[in-house]
Write a protein that binds this ligand. Structure first.
Ligand code: HEM
Length: 377
């Protein structure tokens, strides 16, 4: 009698491997970059609950180097894509309207009551396989880039942008940099037995989260997105830790298509924006207690304990976005949580790793494509 459970085990392992590669970047064996600069690694804010893990800066460099090698190998023939979230449904023009009245504790950084920012929003699938059909389960990304934001940014100096990066799930599947590194080793190993080790490396909780990140959606404008990891809001004595979320203004949901095309999420975005403007709201979730941990990206800050407050409405005007020029522009954008005012400083180990990794990966793909790497104004 055939072991009917075996295919399920294979698909569980492959779902985990692909989900882990999607969110955290795939990787080849390491080559340690000895030239890394630990001095530029983000400092921590113990008052907001941050604490450093051992060897974080070096581990971040190792992961970044490994992803660089992987991209150089995968795209040796040219046209390098993002390592994670390479498949865009589109980059759309948007307006980010901060609400006219906000409580003082939320009116910080870019959240200036009544202010409007022009913005770009890139909707994406997380899978490292840019050719994967949209109907297959995956995590979905929404990356917002506000323009003409004055003030010195944490990276990019006087660049005029503030990025908010979200996925359609409230929590991330790992916390610890060292564990992360071993997950990458397992995921990218050519050995099936190493891949079998992934659920052990992730742990039961990480495995459950990784699996629940695999979702189906019918329209990127109708999903709900979360920052997963925390950010500072404000400066000085009244600074606090918050998370972000974005969701559609209405509860309207498109049905799943009966015969979904390969890129039906791009089609859904196109069809929606051909007919009318879209509306989303942007929410902030202040941390209400020290029991909601800043260094634990795997535990949700339950809304019952820490409510979300709307701070902005996002208008995505009726538009045609699917042109070769705009798609190329979209490809060449770089989103990172560290394109940020100090008032919105990314918090926690996952974000600290991302500072090193996103910068390096973006540089590599731009260099390989001979594309200019610059923030839009
Ligand atoms: C250590 C953990 C993580 C690693 C190593 C990682 C890695 C990456 C990499 C390499 C890219 C492509 C960057 C580029 O080429 O410009 C990327 C993009 C992205 N990541 Fe992560 N990521 C991590 C955590 C997260 C988390 C917690 C989120 C949750 C919001 C997230 C959401 C995204 C999204 C939405 C994009 C696409 C941005 C765009 O549209 O350009 N990542 N990630």
């Amino acid at each position: 009698m055939p072991d009917l459970k075996l295919p399920m085990r294979f698909s569980l392992i492959s779902a985990l491997a692909s989900m882990f590669m999607a969110i955290s970047g795939c990787a080849a064996p390491y080559s340690k970059n000895t030239a890394f600069n630990a001095a530029s690694y983000p400092g921590i804010d113990p008052v907001l609950g941050e604490s450093l893990y051992p060897d974080e800066a070096a581990i971040a460099e190792e992961i970044a180097d490994a992803i660089e090698q992987s991209i150089r190998k995968q795209y040796a023939s040219g046209n390098a894509l993002r390592d994670a979230h390479p498949k865009a449904h589109g980059c759309v023009r948007a307006e980010f309207h901060v609400l006219p009245t906000l409580p003082d504790k939320l009116a910080k950084g870019v959240f200036i009551p009544g202010k409007t920012y022009q913005a770009w929003i890139r909707f994406s699938n997380a899978s490292p396989d840019a050719a994967k059909a949209d109907i297959k389960r995956d995590a979905r990304g929404m990356a917002i880039k506000l323009l003409a934001v004055p003030g010195e940014k944490i990276i990019g100096g006087e660049a005029a942008t503030q990025d908010f990066i979200m996925i359609n799930h409230p929590v991330f599947f790992a916390n610890e940099p060292g564990r992360y590194r071993s997950l990458i080793q397992d995921t990218n190993s050519g050995s099936f037995f190493k891949k079998l080790h992934i659920p052990f490396a992730l742990g039961a909780k990480g495995t459950m989260i990784a699996l629940s990140l695999n979702t189906r959606i019918s329209n990127p404008l109708q999903a709900r997105y979360w920052s997963m990891v925390p950010y500072q809001l404000g400066l000085g004595a009244d600074r606090q830790a918050v998370k972000y979320s974005a969701r559609a203004c209405s509860a309207e949901r498109d049905p799943m298509p009966d015969h979904p095309g390969h890129n039906f999420l791009r089609d859904a975005l196109k069809n929606s924006l051909k007919k009318k403007d879209a509306c989303m709201e942007f929410l902030v979730q202040p941390r209400t207690s020290n029991t909601l941990l800043v260094e634990d990206s795997m535990t949700e800050w339950k809304e019952a304990d820490a409510p979300f407050y709307p701070v902005a409405s996002i208008r995505i005007p009726e538009q045609v976005f699917d042109t070769p020029e705009q798609n190329k522009f979209c490809e060449n954008l770089s989103f990172t949580p560290w394109h940020s005012l100090p008032e919105h400083k990314p918090l926690g180990a996952v974000n600290r790793l991302r500072k090193v990794i996103y910068e390096q990966v973006s540089r590599v793909r731009h260099e390989m494509n001979a594309a200019k790497r610059q923030e839009p104004w």
